[in-house]
Design a protein around this ligand. Structure first.
Ligand SMILES: NC(=O)c1ccc[n+]([C@@H]2O[C@H](COP(=O)([O-])OP(=O)(O)OC[C@H]3O[C@@H](n4cnc5c(N)ncnc54)[C@H](OP(=O)(O)O)[C@@H]3O)[C@@H](O)[C@H]2O)c1
Length: 246
């Protein structure tokens, strides 16, 4: 059986780290590549780490060209990039908007850049390493709150809208891949609420038993994706494998 290669983008985050470890330990991949902004604090022996600033699109392009030159086809690429809160360059806290009055231009730019634009740049460049004769999966960590039809509560304007924008990129890309890279299946994944830096300010509101470990949601993802086909894609699914309405 062909053993493909795997790439994790955003490999230093809470979920990214768990994913790299599980992929490597599965033994199912020829090589596991992991890319993040800073070098890994506790690297997994045998994983091919690389530090790169995703905001520099030429570096992303060069890195993907190199991966293509050095390797056979990749069968899995997962992009974990995303943000819900942050501290900006002026030391101002960015927190999700609760009401219209909270909407600010800089904050919206931050959300769209991190949750939609950077993943889209990777989407553009990883097609060439996934395209081939073997079935391949391209997964983006999205969120259920990016669903337009499932939005019952409102709020979180920037995060919701930027994840919805990511979902639209995924939808467009699947249509294009069905014409020119039929082996690639695109997946927009909601991991549940996971115990990482991203959810920290909101964890106290999560009902008992609903705050998952990164390992749990990664195990679920890896269990679910083998059955997802490119013909029926893109797939917008949660950690249980249930479809989320777009
Ligand atoms: N945790 C949850 O409850 C939850 C719920 C729904 C959806 N998600 C989604 O799951 C994904 C992973 O989140 P997490 O929980 O693991 O959060 P996290 O620990 O805060 O990790 C954040 C991730 O985003 C990347 N990132 C952030 N800003 C970036 C930038 N400017 N340039 C490049 N990379 C950037 C980080 O990459 P580096 O490795 O380079 O640092 C890291 O992979 C996100 O897309 C998030 O929206 C999480």
């Amino acid at each position: 059986m062909y053993k493909g290669n795997a790439l994790v983008i955003g490999a230093s985050g809470g979920i990214g780290k768990a994913l790299v470890k599980q992929l490597y330990e599965s033994g199912e991949y020829e090589k596991v590549y992991a890319v993040s902004r800073t070098s890994a604090a506790s690297p997994v022996n045998g994983v091919q780490y690389h530090s790169l600033d995703s905001e520099n699109a030429s570096l992303v392009a060069q890195y993907c060209q190199q991966l293509k030159q050095d390797n056979g086809q990749f069968t899995l690429v997962v992009c974990c990039i995303g943000a819900l809160h942050a501290t900006d360059a002026d030391n101002q806290r960015i927190m999700p908007e609760k009401r219209l009055e909270d909407i600010q231009q800089d904050q919206l730019s931050f959300y769209f850049k991190t949750n939609a634009i950077l993943p889209a740049i990777w989407l553009k460049h990883v097609e060439s390493i996934l395209k081939g004769t073997e079935p391949a999966k391209l997964v983006f960590f999205s969120a259920r709150v990016g669903s337009i039809s499932d939005n019952q509560l409102g709020g979180w304007y920037g995060y919701r809208a930027s994840k919805a924008a990511l979902n639209m990129m995924i939808k467009c890309a699947q249509i294009e891949c069905q014409r020119r890279a039929k082996n690639i299946s695109l997946i927009s994944y909601h991991p549940g609420t996971v115990e990482t830096e991203l959810s920290k300010p909101f964890q106290s509101k999560v009902p008992t038993g609903k705050l998952f470990t990164a390992n749990f949601t990664v195990t679920q993802l890896l269990k679910i994706i083998p059955s997802l086909s490119a013909e029926n894609g893109p797939h917008y699914i949660d950690w249980q494998g249930n479809d989320i309405p777009w």
